[in-house]
Design a protein around this ligand. Structure first.
Ligand code: UGA
Ligand code: MN
Length: 487
């Protein structure tokens, strides 16, 4: 630009007037040419810059940077402009346009990442916090791009659009103090982490305790934080549970088995030994067990005639339980056995706790006698005695639902069995496991401070009235009729 001017000055200075008009034209052309070159070069640079920027991945901290800006003045025009101007804006807008776009999904994964195997230790909280901050930033960004989102989300489902609107509304309300929004989000994430960690720990107990899992549990209990987060894989089953359930034909039978069966369905590696006080199996019971879908063995063990005929108290479920013990002696080598009457109520946590019983474990049973509970008495961590409305000279005044025995220990006591002695079944069986030191009895349910099993009793129902077959013989009632217990 300077050169033509200098040239012009020099030319003017020479005093050659004829060439003046020619020189001016040449000068004009030169100026035009230089201007064109300048504009064209600038354009090329801008295009190249745009292209370069669009190929840069959107870093999380870049989003946080925007949040920082917004925290001082969230709606400042410079922030909006910086977002809209950035080529990344178009990327985000596209993702939001699809509601649950890839970006958002990954962020959710990022937030779930630490939850899988880790406790909310400092690293994870920091990680989830930064993820939440990023999420908050994204929420805020969605406010900015809302009109775009809504107009372009016509292809996405209405619920997707709704979720965006909800989030946007929340952010808009708290927009003047986005920092506090971020904090809230972080807190929420942390609590989620805690909840899920609990679940993970339960699952780990249920599944394997391989070195890897123990490692993870160690972390869950507040141990060393690991940077790498590998996926938990179950490599072997936990010790098996053998649930021995005596049952007998009565109007409530199928209902009781259904309720208990669906409780047991929540428990892994369990074999349900359903043993009926009968001479033959009942296809209706087998059908019910099939429908529930818990692994089972359906056996029969009738009460000896001499007890059936007595007018005094009967030893209920004893032949059934002894049949179950015989089955285990013949078929099981490890794991734990538990006598679960068909009418009681069981919290599934007790199954996970009893699974690791070394010899005998015990815990309280609710709704037993007038005391309302039958429980071991623990003082300073030691078994001191038993609390029960009826002691009756028993060494072990406990309910059938209040103890479990290891299968290995049962094998070590080949003579152990349950006596046909009403009221003394539990005591007789536990005595038959002698020698058994009190110190060897494991105290479950938080050292017997919780009630996880109840001796519930179902109201007796009178047998169903006979069906009028002339009237209903060709209806569905003829089918239902076969399911009912008659006098
Ligand atoms: C209480 C205890 O919880 C039982 O473990 C104990 O066997 C019984 O007392 C007793 O001392 O006789 P309770 O609720 O009174 O139990 O008795 P039930 O629930 O009627 O029977 C216990 C189990 O035996 C049930 O699973 C039931 O289905 C079964 N049973 C009952 C039979 O197999 N045959 C019968 O004739 C009666
Ligand atoms: Mn009962």
């Amino acid at each position: 630009m300077l050169l033509p001017q200098a040239k012009e000055v020099k030319l003017n200075g020479s005093g050659v007037s004829n060439n003046n008009s020619n020189n001016k034209m040449a000068l004009g052309k030169s100026i035009k040419m230089y201007l064109t070159i300048f504009v064209a070069t600038t354009c090329v640079y801008m295009v190249l810059y745009q292209y370069h920027m669009s190929r840069q991945p959107l870093a999380t901290n870049e989003v946080i940077k925007h949040t920082d800006k917004s925290s001082s003045s969230p709606l400042s025009s410079s922030f909006i402009a910086s977002y809209l101007w950035s080529p990344a804006a178009s990327v985000n807008t596209t993702a939001m346009g699809h509601g649950q776009g890839e970006g958002q999904i990954q962020r959710q994964r990022q937030r779930q990442g630490p939850i899988q195997l880790h406790a909310p230790n400092a690293t994870d909280i920091a990680a989830s916090t930064s993820a939440s901050m990023a999420a908050s930033a994204m929420s805020f960004l969605s406010t900015v791009s809302l009109p775009l989102t809504l107009s372009s989300s016509s292809s996405s489902s209405s619920s997707d659009a709704k979720s965006i609107i909800t989030r946007t509304t929340t952010t808009t309300r708290t927009a003047p103090a986005l920092t506090s929004t971020t904090t809230t989000a972080a807190t929420t994430t942390t609590s989620t982490t805690r909840t899920t960690t609990t679940t993970t720990r339960t699952t780990q107990k249920r599944l394997v305790t391989s070195g890897h899992a123990q490692n993870a549990m160690g972390t869950a209990d507040g141990g060393v934080a690991h940077k790498t987060r590998s996926t938990f894989i179950a490599v072997s089953e936990p010790p098996p549970l053998y649930i021995i359930t005596p049952t007998y034909r009565r109007p409530e039978q199928l209902a009781e088995l259904t309720r208990l069966g669906y409780t047991l369905k929540h428990v892994v590696n369990l074999l349900w030994l359903v043993i009926e006080d009968a001479n033959r199996t009942n296809p209706l019971v087998a059908h019910t067990l099939d429908r529930i879908g818990v692994p089972y063995e359906y056996l029969v063990a009738p009460m000896p005639e001499q007890y059936k005929l007595t007018k005094r108290a009967k030893p209920r479920g004893v032949s059934n339980r002894n049949r179950g013990l015989d089955y285990l002696r013949a078929n099981a080598t490890e794991g734990v056995l538990y006598f679960a009457d068909d009418d009681n109520t069981y919290d599934i946590n007790i199954f996970e706790q009893m699974r690791y019983t070394k010899k005998v474990s015990m815990w309280p049973v609710g709704l037993v006698t007038k005391t309302g509970v039958s429980s071991p008495i623990i003082r300073e961590g030691k078994l001191e005695g038993y609390y029960d409305g009826w002691i009756g000279g028993r060494k072990y005044p406990v309910d059938m639902a209040g103890f479990a025995v290891s299968v290995k220990f049962l094998h070590e006591r080949p003579q152990a069995k349950m006596p046909f002695k009403p009221g003394y079944e539990e005591d007789g069986f536990l005595r038959s496991l002698a020698p058994l030191d009190n110190a060897e009895i494991e105290l479950l349910a938080d050292e017997c401070r919780e009630i996880l099993t109840w001796h519930t009793q179902t109201k007796k129902n009178s047998p169903a009235l006979p069906l009028n077959m002339t009237r209903y013989g060709h209806t569905n009632l003829a089918f239902i009729e076969k399911l009912l217990v008659r006098p």
